[in-house]
Write a protein that binds this ligand. Structure first.
Ligand SMILES: Nc1ncnc2c1ncn2[C@@H]1O[C@H](COP(=O)(O)OP(=O)(O)OP(=O)(O)O)[C@@H](O)[C@H]1O
Length: 353
């Protein structure tokens, strides 16, 4: 991982405002299935990605979120060149991924949280050494990158352990390191914190923040955990049924969804429901209380008010599920939020904040 300047110097023909560019991208899968009583197989079309356009400048860290089956993984697979779009145009660093997949492979890193790219029976160290040969990374560069990853991802002591013996959190950190040892300019992360405990999530997030700010790596992050987005991304894009329905800041998404966050407070003893301006108590269980407050509001003044008047011991903030936020966007009929096809079949632009 070089510096931000290194990353800028590596630019090949891509304008800074369109390092990743998608124009009207579509992916249609044809699924064959046999219906009971029919001899012929029926062909059904699944429009996994349905006319998506966006541009991501170099060095930006973007959240790419949506409900299950929305088309997130399909988009990432097209960005890596694993899948070829059925329509539209993609450029990553000026390169068409599906045409020049091998050339692009050296410039991108991919982490699929649900699957490992590491060799299951080999120690991490051997997996990394194989990847070095595959990507032809110069020895000195590779060593420096490995040292930095081992240090920041706390992999020391794990390098000689076979991957299958690692915990999920250790394996995920191992996978993230593997994706970065060849100095990629873009990192695609598909659910990098899925299934991790709070401490492992915090480690992964703080590492990703450093990689983005210090090395200028452009990051596209898919997650169901809105805290990942809140802590890492200035920009969030929401995809639903293969269409982009929102592009902007997380606060704007909360406004569009009109959602609420929940402040969970642990008090030193049981007290009547907390009464505080800006929130309403929705649940009380012994000394623990749940307070709902507008998702777009800051929790800090609320916490200060509670701490001043109640024996506050501990607290946490729970984000609404992305499914809830999107469901509310639909329920409120936010202008253009559906990305409905117009009379001419054109897709309405996403809500932009
Ligand atoms: N190879 C395939 N063949 C047929 N249909 C597919 C294929 N891959 C994905 N799909 C379908 O395309 C749609 C989008 O899937 P995709 O995996 O991109 O969604 P996702 O947003 O990543 O979902 P999740 O959050 O559950 O991972 C789904 O309806 C899925 O069933």
């Amino acid at each position: 991982m070089g510096t931000r300047e290194d990353a800028a110097a590596r630019g090949e023909g891509a304008g800074d405002d369109g390092f990743i560019e998608l124009e009207g991208v579509e992916k249609v899968f044809r699924v064959r299935r046999r219906r009971a009583g029919r001899r012929r197989r029926e062909v059904r079309e699944v429009r996994a990605v349905d006319g998506i356009s966006f541009r991501v400048p170099r060095g930006q860290m973007v959240g790419y979120i949506g409900p299950n089956g929305a088309g997130k993984s399909t988009t990432i697979k097209m960005l890596t060149g694993v899948l070829t779009p059925s329509g539209g145009r993609i450029r990553v660093a000026g390169v068409d991924p599906s045409r020049e997949r091998m050339r692009l492979a050296r410039r991108i890193g991919v982490v699929f949280g649900q699957r490992t790219t590491l060799w299951w029976d080999l120690p991490l160290r051997d997996s990394y050494a194989l990847a070095r040969r595959l990507y032809r990374v110069p020895e000195a560069r590779w060593r420096a990158n490995l040292e930095r990853c081992v240090d920041l991802l706390e992999l020391d002591g794990l390098l000689d352990v076979p991957v299958r013996q690692l915990s999920l959190g250790q394996r995920m950190r191992g996978d993230i390191a593997a994706a970065l040892l060849h100095d990629p300019e873009v990192l695609y992360l598909d659910e990098p914190t899925i299934g991790l405990d709070v401490i492992s999530k915090a480690r992964v997030r703080s590492f990703l923040r450093r990689v983005n700010t210090e090395s200028g790596v452009t990051v596209l992050l898919t997650t169901h955990d809105l805290t990942d987005i809140e802590q890492l991304c200035d920009r969030v894009m929401v995809i639903d049924h293969g269409r982009l329905v929102y592009d902007g800041a997380l606060e704007g998404l909360h406004r569009a969804g009109g959602g609420e966050r929940t402040l969970v407070v642990d008090l030193a003893r049981e007290v009547p429901p907390v009464r505080v301006e800006g929130a309403r108590t929705v649940r009380v269980e012994g000394p623990r209380q749940w307070l709902a407050f507008p998702a777009a509001a800051s929790a800090a003044p609320l916490v200060a008010r509670i701490a001043a008047e109640y024996p506050l011991v501990d607290l946490s903030v729970r984000e609404p599920d992305i499914e809830d936020v999107i469901a509310r966007m639909y329920a409120r009929g936010a202008a253009g939020a559906r990305g409905d096809a117009g009379p001419d079949g054109a897709q309405a632009p996403p809500v932009v904040s």
